[in-house]
Design a protein around this ligand. Sequence first.
Ligand SMILES: [Zn+2]
Length: 229
Amino acid sequence: MDQETVLVVTPHPDDSESAAGGTIARWCAEGKRVVLVVCTDGSKGTGDRSIVPADLAKTREKETLNAAKVYGLAEVVFLRLPDQALEDTEEFREKIVRQIRTHRPDIVLSIEPNRPYIRHRDHVMAGRVTLDAVFPYARDHLAFPEHLAEGLEPHKVEDIWIYRAEEPDTFVDVTDYFEARQNALHSHVSQVGERTDERDERSKKRLTEAGAKMGVGMAEQFKRIKMNR
Ligand SMILES: [Zn+2]
């Protein structure tokens, strides 16, 4: 069988790690080709008034690359859009469509766009724009037709996974990938601090609760959408 490709979209550098790190680690270990698309530069993610946003953006790219090494990601794409400024624009949509047409994923893993009430606007926008990019834009040759001239053919994604899902229906056993998940997550030192026993215990508790729903040690949960062809 051909190697499967997964395109992971994360609004901020650490979102995919905290919600799906065990699954990403598992997929990499299983031989899937996993490409990470980081939408924003994460330059507003601090409470420290002495940190300059441009420096923070650089730090966060380094942290993301460290996490990528833990997993063995195939590639990391930094879109470098400004933090807290994602909008549902043609420009942003084109960037995601371009990544889908470039990497031609079997699976797109992205964030829940429909969380009610308290939600990060960047998460809403990244989630919505990614779903729109999958269908119909990446599929239709008349959407961003300039891509054709660059040799980027339309691409149909058949399998969409949503992390931080409001209504999860799919569980992945990540019991054997806890170490990798924690190491990847704590690569984002500026956001979640160094790895400690206490932090491990907190993660374990959350993953164990999800695991109990499917009768395994630890799990991550998703909403899965199979596209009807
Ligand atoms: Zn975020």
